[in-house]
Design a binder for this molecule. Sequence first.
Ligand code: 5RP
Length: 217
Amino acid sequence: MTQDEMKKAAAWAALEFVEDDSIVGVGTGSTVNHFIDALGSIKDRIKGAVSSSEASTERLKELGIEVYDLNSVASFSVYVDGADEINARNHMIKGGGAALTREKIVAAVADKFVCIIDNTKEVDVLGKFPLPVEVIPMARSYVARELVKLGGDPVYREGVVTDNGNVILDVHNMQITDPVATEEQINAIVGVVTNGLFAARGADHVIIGTPEGAKQR
Ligand code: 5RP
């Protein structure tokens, strides 16, 4: 099985968490694109979706799935999204697709976070994948200097502007042994919108695509 086939297996398995007549929280990325296709196959059973990016919104609409403004939805049961890394405690690094802030906001409103990954995303310690940090453009250099003080090696993601009009610093060479503390510490730097650690609010369910098919943990 290819990595993409494992992503697809995990994504389609997540349909079991989708309740009839519900609004579904939808993340961003290549794994989620498979989930959006899966949602398209049951679109008459759901009310619609709330989306974490312009890219996912466009794909949902192309399939005829109604996309609701998050401000008009007080609660919904399930948010489905991928991850760049996940540890055994279901803390994640996300933001490889630069959608981390909207992803964190939509995840915060959902009752349950269902993480869909292929088996290459499981790690013992987070940080091999560079940690994305969304930053207000004028604060870029200041925030980079503060990240160096924390022991990281920030790299400006050239040419990328987030859906919120901000920039991304990818922080290399961090061994994140206390993800909850690191998430809080980086978010406290003035000029940071949010960082890609999803630890304070981790995943509630993880579906892993493997060569033997989708497995849950
Ligand atoms: C986007 C994300 C994605 O969930 C993460 O990058 C995983 O992407 P993929 O499913 O393409 O491997 O956080 O901001």
